[in-house]
Design a protein around this ligand. Structure first.
Ligand SMILES: [Ca+2]
Length: 392
Protein backbone atom coordinates (compact mmCIF):
# COMPACT_ATOMS: atom_id res chain seq x y z
CA UNK A 1 0.00 0.00 0.00
CA UNK A 2 1.47 3.30 -1.08
CA UNK A 3 2.76 5.50 1.66
CA UNK A 4 1.52 3.39 4.55
CA UNK A 5 3.37 1.57 7.27
CA UNK A 6 1.91 -1.59 8.77
CA UNK A 7 3.37 -2.18 12.16
CA UNK A 8 2.34 -2.76 15.74
CA UNK A 9 2.62 0.47 17.72
CA UNK A 10 4.38 0.62 21.05
CA UNK A 11 2.26 0.91 24.17
CA UNK A 12 3.17 4.54 24.88
CA UNK A 13 2.33 5.67 21.38
CA UNK A 14 -1.04 4.00 21.69
CA UNK A 15 -2.15 5.91 24.76
CA UNK A 16 -3.98 8.80 23.05
CA UNK A 17 -5.42 6.37 20.56
CA UNK A 18 -7.25 4.51 23.29
CA UNK A 19 -9.61 7.46 23.35
CA UNK A 20 -10.47 6.80 19.72
CA UNK A 21 -10.43 3.10 19.21
CA UNK A 22 -9.47 -0.23 20.67
CA UNK A 23 -6.21 -2.09 20.58
CA UNK A 24 -5.46 -3.63 17.20
CA UNK A 25 -2.70 -4.06 14.72
CA UNK A 26 -3.22 -1.68 11.86
CA UNK A 27 -1.67 0.31 9.08
CA UNK A 28 -1.23 4.03 9.60
CA UNK A 29 -1.90 6.42 6.73
CA UNK A 30 -0.78 9.94 7.51
CA UNK A 31 -2.22 13.16 6.14
CA UNK A 32 -0.61 15.11 4.59
CA UNK A 33 2.68 13.13 4.63
CA UNK A 34 1.41 9.97 2.94
CA UNK A 35 -1.70 11.37 1.29
CA UNK A 36 -2.39 15.00 0.48
CA UNK A 37 -6.08 14.73 1.30
CA UNK A 38 -8.17 12.95 3.92
CA UNK A 39 -10.34 11.45 1.19
CA UNK A 40 -7.25 10.17 -0.58
CA UNK A 41 -6.11 8.42 2.58
CA UNK A 42 -9.55 6.91 3.16
CA UNK A 43 -9.66 5.66 -0.40
CA UNK A 44 -6.31 3.93 0.13
CA UNK A 45 -7.18 2.48 3.54
CA UNK A 46 -8.30 -1.04 4.31
CA UNK A 47 -10.54 -2.19 7.15
CA UNK A 48 -8.73 -1.84 10.47
CA UNK A 49 -6.43 0.96 9.31
CA UNK A 50 -5.95 4.34 10.93
CA UNK A 51 -5.89 7.64 9.04
CA UNK A 52 -4.01 10.11 11.22
CA UNK A 53 -4.26 13.80 10.39
CA UNK A 54 -1.61 16.29 11.38
CA UNK A 55 -2.74 19.65 12.79
CA UNK A 56 -3.70 22.11 10.07
CA UNK A 57 -6.76 23.21 8.13
CA UNK A 58 -8.04 20.88 5.43
CA UNK A 59 -10.62 22.30 3.05
CA UNK A 60 -12.56 19.17 2.23
CA UNK A 61 -16.26 18.41 2.08
CA UNK A 62 -18.39 15.30 1.70
CA UNK A 63 -15.47 13.28 3.08
CA UNK A 64 -16.90 9.78 2.63
CA UNK A 65 -15.89 6.75 4.70
CA UNK A 66 -17.19 4.52 1.88
CA UNK A 67 -18.25 1.84 4.34
CA UNK A 68 -14.76 1.19 5.65
CA UNK A 69 -14.07 0.03 9.22
CA UNK A 70 -11.31 2.56 9.83
CA UNK A 71 -10.58 5.37 12.22
CA UNK A 72 -9.96 8.89 10.95
CA UNK A 73 -8.37 10.78 13.78
CA UNK A 74 -6.24 13.68 14.90
CA UNK A 75 -2.84 13.19 16.45
CA UNK A 76 -3.94 13.67 20.05
CA UNK A 77 -7.59 13.26 21.08
CA UNK A 78 -6.55 14.00 24.68
CA UNK A 79 -5.58 17.57 23.81
CA UNK A 80 -8.23 20.21 23.23
CA UNK A 81 -5.57 22.42 21.61
CA UNK A 82 -4.67 19.72 19.09
CA UNK A 83 -8.32 18.96 18.36
CA UNK A 84 -9.03 22.64 17.74
CA UNK A 85 -5.92 22.93 15.55
CA UNK A 86 -6.87 19.96 13.37
CA UNK A 87 -9.66 21.40 11.27
CA UNK A 88 -11.69 19.83 8.50
CA UNK A 89 -13.51 22.76 6.92
CA UNK A 90 -16.35 22.15 4.48
CA UNK A 91 -15.91 25.65 3.06
CA UNK A 92 -19.69 26.22 3.06
CA UNK A 93 -20.13 23.80 0.16
CA UNK A 94 -21.55 20.55 1.55
CA UNK A 95 -21.58 18.33 4.64
CA UNK A 96 -18.07 17.92 5.99
CA UNK A 97 -18.13 14.15 6.66
CA UNK A 98 -20.65 11.64 5.36
CA UNK A 99 -21.45 8.07 6.34
CA UNK A 100 -23.86 6.47 3.87
CA UNK A 101 -22.65 2.96 3.23
CA UNK A 102 -23.87 0.97 6.21
CA UNK A 103 -20.91 1.78 8.46
CA UNK A 104 -21.04 0.49 12.05
CA UNK A 105 -19.20 1.59 15.19
CA UNK A 106 -15.91 0.24 13.83
CA UNK A 107 -15.94 3.33 11.62
CA UNK A 108 -14.58 6.01 13.93
CA UNK A 109 -14.21 9.77 13.58
CA UNK A 110 -12.08 11.04 16.44
CA UNK A 111 -10.13 14.00 17.71
CA UNK A 112 -10.94 16.53 14.97
CA UNK A 113 -12.67 19.86 14.53
CA UNK A 114 -15.48 19.58 11.99
CA UNK A 115 -16.62 22.99 10.77
CA UNK A 116 -17.85 25.03 7.82
CA UNK A 117 -20.36 22.44 6.65
CA UNK A 118 -23.29 23.83 4.69
CA UNK A 119 -25.23 21.32 2.59
CA UNK A 120 -27.96 22.73 0.34
CA UNK A 121 -30.16 19.73 -0.32
CA UNK A 122 -30.04 17.68 2.86
CA UNK A 123 -29.27 18.00 6.55
CA UNK A 124 -26.15 17.30 8.54
CA UNK A 125 -23.88 20.28 8.17
CA UNK A 126 -21.01 18.70 10.08
CA UNK A 127 -21.77 14.99 9.78
CA UNK A 128 -24.45 13.33 7.68
CA UNK A 129 -25.43 9.74 8.49
CA UNK A 130 -27.71 7.96 6.06
CA UNK A 131 -28.38 4.52 4.64
CA UNK A 132 -28.01 2.54 7.88
CA UNK A 133 -24.76 4.23 8.84
CA UNK A 134 -23.98 3.90 12.55
CA UNK A 135 -20.48 5.26 13.12
CA UNK A 136 -18.79 6.21 16.36
CA UNK A 137 -17.92 9.91 16.65
CA UNK A 138 -15.59 10.59 19.58
CA UNK A 139 -13.74 13.57 21.02
CA UNK A 140 -14.66 15.89 18.16
CA UNK A 141 -15.36 19.57 18.09
CA UNK A 142 -18.39 19.97 15.79
CA UNK A 143 -18.85 23.72 15.46
CA UNK A 144 -20.26 26.38 13.14
CA UNK A 145 -21.99 24.09 10.70
CA UNK A 146 -25.31 24.94 9.09
CA UNK A 147 -27.97 22.87 7.37
CA UNK A 148 -29.64 25.36 5.07
CA UNK A 149 -32.15 23.01 3.55
CA UNK A 150 -32.60 20.35 6.18
CA UNK A 151 -32.23 19.21 9.74
CA UNK A 152 -29.25 18.81 12.01
CA UNK A 153 -26.78 21.64 11.76
CA UNK A 154 -24.08 19.65 13.54
CA UNK A 155 -25.09 16.04 12.91
CA UNK A 156 -28.03 14.60 11.00
CA UNK A 157 -29.27 11.04 11.13
CA UNK A 158 -31.26 11.35 7.95
CA UNK A 159 -31.83 7.73 7.35
CA UNK A 160 -34.12 7.53 4.38
CA UNK A 161 -33.32 3.89 3.67
CA UNK A 162 -32.57 2.13 6.92
CA UNK A 163 -31.76 2.28 10.61
CA UNK A 164 -28.82 4.49 11.49
CA UNK A 165 -27.66 4.43 15.09
CA UNK A 166 -24.59 6.63 15.50
CA UNK A 167 -22.90 6.96 18.87
CA UNK A 168 -21.55 10.40 19.70
CA UNK A 169 -19.33 10.58 22.76
CA UNK A 170 -17.27 13.28 24.41
CA UNK A 171 -17.98 15.75 21.61
CA UNK A 172 -18.53 19.48 21.79
CA UNK A 173 -21.43 20.35 19.49
CA UNK A 174 -21.68 24.12 19.41
CA UNK A 175 -22.85 27.07 17.32
CA UNK A 176 -24.53 24.95 14.68
CA UNK A 177 -27.93 25.65 13.15
CA UNK A 178 -30.62 23.67 11.39
CA UNK A 179 -33.28 25.01 9.09
CA UNK A 180 -36.09 23.10 10.75
CA UNK A 181 -35.20 20.83 13.66
CA UNK A 182 -32.13 19.91 15.60
CA UNK A 183 -29.73 22.82 15.62
CA UNK A 184 -27.06 20.55 17.08
CA UNK A 185 -28.25 17.03 16.26
CA UNK A 186 -31.30 15.82 14.31
CA UNK A 187 -32.91 12.47 13.71
CA UNK A 188 -35.26 12.45 10.75
CA UNK A 189 -38.15 10.25 9.76
CA UNK A 190 -38.29 6.61 8.75
CA UNK A 191 -36.24 5.04 11.51
CA UNK A 192 -32.99 5.83 13.17
CA UNK A 193 -31.73 6.65 16.63
CA UNK A 194 -28.95 8.70 18.10
CA UNK A 195 -27.02 8.19 21.31
CA UNK A 196 -25.04 10.95 23.00
CA UNK A 197 -22.75 10.32 25.94
CA UNK A 198 -20.65 12.90 27.79
CA UNK A 199 -21.30 15.56 25.18
CA UNK A 200 -21.46 19.31 25.53
CA UNK A 201 -24.30 20.60 23.32
CA UNK A 202 -24.32 24.36 23.46
CA UNK A 203 -25.29 27.51 21.56
CA UNK A 204 -27.03 25.66 18.76
CA UNK A 205 -30.13 27.03 17.05
CA UNK A 206 -33.08 25.43 15.28
CA UNK A 207 -35.56 27.62 13.48
CA UNK A 208 -38.42 25.40 14.68
CA UNK A 209 -37.93 22.29 16.86
CA UNK A 210 -35.17 21.26 19.24
CA UNK A 211 -32.35 23.79 19.51
CA UNK A 212 -29.90 21.19 20.80
CA UNK A 213 -31.44 17.90 19.69
CA UNK A 214 -34.48 17.49 17.45
CA UNK A 215 -36.05 14.12 16.70
CA UNK A 216 -38.98 13.26 14.50
CA UNK A 217 -39.86 9.66 13.93
CA UNK A 218 -37.68 7.54 16.19
CA UNK A 219 -35.61 7.75 19.36
CA UNK A 220 -32.94 9.67 21.20
CA UNK A 221 -30.78 8.52 24.10
CA UNK A 222 -28.96 11.28 25.95
CA UNK A 223 -26.72 10.36 28.85
CA UNK A 224 -24.27 12.32 31.01
CA UNK A 225 -24.68 15.24 28.65
CA UNK A 226 -24.81 19.01 29.04
CA UNK A 227 -27.48 20.84 27.02
CA UNK A 228 -26.77 24.53 27.58
CA UNK A 229 -27.76 27.82 25.98
CA UNK A 230 -29.44 26.37 22.92
CA UNK A 231 -32.44 28.02 21.28
CA UNK A 232 -35.37 27.20 19.02
CA UNK A 233 -38.12 29.14 17.33
CA UNK A 234 -41.15 26.95 18.02
CA UNK A 235 -40.85 23.99 20.44
CA UNK A 236 -38.11 22.64 22.65
CA UNK A 237 -35.28 25.05 23.21
CA UNK A 238 -32.94 22.19 24.14
CA UNK A 239 -34.70 18.98 23.04
CA UNK A 240 -37.77 18.22 20.93
CA UNK A 241 -39.01 14.72 20.13
CA UNK A 242 -42.14 14.19 18.06
CA UNK A 243 -43.93 11.28 16.41
CA UNK A 244 -41.23 9.10 17.94
CA UNK A 245 -40.68 5.89 19.86
CA UNK A 246 -38.86 7.18 22.90
CA UNK A 247 -36.70 9.75 24.55
CA UNK A 248 -34.42 8.59 27.34
CA UNK A 249 -32.32 11.06 29.27
CA UNK A 250 -30.22 10.23 32.30
CA UNK A 251 -27.75 12.37 34.19
CA UNK A 252 -28.20 15.35 31.91
CA UNK A 253 -27.94 19.02 32.85
CA UNK A 254 -30.31 21.22 30.87
CA UNK A 255 -29.82 24.91 31.58
CA UNK A 256 -29.69 28.32 29.99
CA UNK A 257 -31.74 27.33 26.95
CA UNK A 258 -33.83 30.11 25.52
CA UNK A 259 -35.60 31.44 22.44
CA UNK A 260 -39.15 31.79 21.31
CA UNK A 261 -39.95 28.12 21.79
CA UNK A 262 -42.19 26.59 24.40
CA UNK A 263 -40.39 24.44 26.96
CA UNK A 264 -36.78 23.37 27.35
CA UNK A 265 -37.74 19.74 26.65
CA UNK A 266 -40.71 19.15 24.40
CA UNK A 267 -42.35 15.86 23.44
CA UNK A 268 -45.47 15.35 21.40
CA UNK A 269 -47.51 12.65 19.72
CA UNK A 270 -46.89 9.29 21.32
CA UNK A 271 -43.39 9.65 22.70
CA UNK A 272 -42.39 7.47 25.65
CA UNK A 273 -40.15 9.86 27.58
CA UNK A 274 -38.11 8.80 30.60
CA UNK A 275 -35.94 11.32 32.39
CA UNK A 276 -33.90 10.29 35.40
CA UNK A 277 -31.22 11.95 37.50
CA UNK A 278 -31.40 15.15 35.44
CA UNK A 279 -31.19 18.82 36.34
CA UNK A 280 -33.49 21.06 34.30
CA UNK A 281 -33.10 24.56 35.65
CA UNK A 282 -32.49 28.17 34.68
CA UNK A 283 -34.11 27.87 31.28
CA UNK A 284 -36.11 30.82 30.05
CA UNK A 285 -39.23 28.84 29.19
CA UNK A 286 -41.00 26.31 31.44
CA UNK A 287 -38.92 23.16 31.61
CA UNK A 288 -41.16 20.32 30.43
CA UNK A 289 -44.08 20.05 28.00
CA UNK A 290 -46.42 19.32 26.26
CA UNK A 291 -47.16 15.61 26.80
CA UNK A 292 -46.48 13.93 30.18
CA UNK A 293 -43.10 12.36 30.89
CA UNK A 294 -41.81 9.81 33.39
CA UNK A 295 -39.43 11.82 35.54
CA UNK A 296 -37.54 10.58 38.60
CA UNK A 297 -34.69 11.67 40.86
CA UNK A 298 -34.46 14.97 38.98
CA UNK A 299 -34.33 18.62 39.89
CA UNK A 300 -37.00 20.33 37.79
CA UNK A 301 -37.62 24.04 38.09
CA UNK A 302 -41.22 24.50 39.17
CA UNK A 303 -41.44 20.86 40.24
CA UNK A 304 -42.65 17.70 38.49
CA UNK A 305 -44.43 14.62 39.77
CA UNK A 306 -42.26 11.57 40.23
CA UNK A 307 -40.16 9.58 42.69
CA UNK A 308 -37.24 11.49 44.14
CA UNK A 309 -37.86 14.72 42.23
CA UNK A 310 -36.99 18.05 43.82
CA UNK A 311 -37.37 21.73 42.95
CA UNK A 312 -34.39 23.58 44.37
CA UNK A 313 -31.73 25.92 43.05
CA UNK A 314 -29.00 23.48 41.97
CA UNK A 315 -26.06 25.69 42.99
CA UNK A 316 -23.91 25.30 39.92
CA UNK A 317 -20.35 26.30 40.54
CA UNK A 318 -20.64 29.03 37.93
CA UNK A 319 -22.64 29.67 34.79
CA UNK A 320 -19.74 29.72 32.40
CA UNK A 321 -20.01 27.11 29.67
CA UNK A 322 -18.57 23.87 30.91
CA UNK A 323 -18.67 24.87 34.55
CA UNK A 324 -21.80 23.14 35.68
CA UNK A 325 -20.20 21.14 38.42
CA UNK A 326 -22.31 21.26 41.58
CA UNK A 327 -21.07 23.32 44.47
CA UNK A 328 -20.55 21.63 47.81
CA UNK A 329 -23.89 21.75 49.56
CA UNK A 330 -25.92 21.60 46.37
CA UNK A 331 -29.29 19.86 46.87
CA UNK A 332 -28.45 17.74 43.80
CA UNK A 333 -25.39 16.17 45.46
CA UNK A 334 -26.19 12.62 46.64
CA UNK A 335 -29.80 13.10 45.51
CA UNK A 336 -29.83 10.79 42.46
CA UNK A 337 -31.17 7.26 42.28
CA UNK A 338 -30.00 5.57 45.52
CA UNK A 339 -29.35 2.37 43.57
CA UNK A 340 -26.57 4.12 41.62
CA UNK A 341 -23.14 5.46 42.55
CA UNK A 342 -20.94 8.16 41.07
CA UNK A 343 -18.17 6.94 38.78
CA UNK A 344 -15.49 8.94 40.57
CA UNK A 345 -14.45 8.93 44.16
CA UNK A 346 -14.68 12.63 45.02
CA UNK A 347 -12.02 14.49 47.02
CA UNK A 348 -12.78 14.98 50.73
CA UNK A 349 -13.29 18.76 50.49
CA UNK A 350 -16.22 18.23 48.15
CA UNK A 351 -18.33 16.54 50.84
CA UNK A 352 -19.84 14.25 48.22
CA UNK A 353 -20.46 10.54 48.81
CA UNK A 354 -19.49 8.68 45.63
CA UNK A 355 -21.60 5.72 46.77
CA UNK A 356 -24.76 7.78 46.14
CA UNK A 357 -25.20 9.28 42.67
CA UNK A 358 -25.53 13.01 42.14
CA UNK A 359 -28.08 14.46 39.73
CA UNK A 360 -26.85 16.08 36.54
CA UNK A 361 -24.15 15.54 33.94
CA UNK A 362 -21.33 15.04 36.41
CA UNK A 363 -23.08 12.53 38.63
CA UNK A 364 -23.72 8.83 38.34
CA UNK A 365 -21.71 6.00 36.83
CA UNK A 366 -21.38 7.78 33.48
CA UNK A 367 -19.29 10.61 34.86
CA UNK A 368 -16.22 8.44 34.29
CA UNK A 369 -16.92 8.85 30.60
CA UNK A 370 -15.82 12.49 30.67
CA UNK A 371 -12.23 11.24 30.82
CA UNK A 372 -11.52 8.67 28.11
CA UNK A 373 -9.01 5.87 28.46
CA UNK A 374 -5.47 7.07 27.98
CA UNK A 375 -6.28 10.71 28.77
CA UNK A 376 -5.59 12.47 32.05
CA UNK A 377 -8.45 14.93 31.96
CA UNK A 378 -11.67 15.81 30.24
CA UNK A 379 -11.02 17.51 26.93
CA UNK A 380 -14.04 19.77 26.54
CA UNK A 381 -14.88 20.47 30.15
CA UNK A 382 -11.43 20.89 31.66
CA UNK A 383 -12.44 23.38 34.30
CA UNK A 384 -14.82 20.91 35.86
CA UNK A 385 -11.93 19.28 37.63
CA UNK A 386 -12.90 15.63 37.41
CA UNK A 387 -9.78 13.84 38.57
CA UNK A 388 -9.29 10.31 37.27
CA UNK A 389 -6.70 9.68 39.93
CA UNK A 390 -9.56 9.74 42.39
CA UNK A 391 -11.48 6.95 40.71
CA UNK A 392 -12.24 3.76 42.50
CA1 LIG B 1 -22.49 11.57 45.17
Amino acid sequence: MKGSTRRPSCALALLPWLACHGLALSAILRVPQDHATIQGAIDAAQDGDRVIIEPGTYKEWAVDFRGKAISVEGTDPCSRAVIEATVVDGDSIDSVVVFRSGEDTTSVLCGLTITGGMPRNHGGGGVWCDNSASPRISDCNIVHNHALGGNGGGVSVANYSGGSHPIIERCRIAHNSGASQGGGVAVGDFGGDVELRNCLVTHNRASMYGGGVGVRGRSAYLHSTLLLDNSAGLKGTSVSVRYADELKMSFCTVAGNRGDADNAIHIRFGVDATLSNCIIYNNVMPPLGEDPMNVSFSDVEGGYEGEGNIDATPLFRSYRVGSYLLRPGSPCVDAGDPQLADGFRWPPWYDNDWRRADMGAFGGPGNRGWVPGGCEESVFVPEVGLDPRGEH
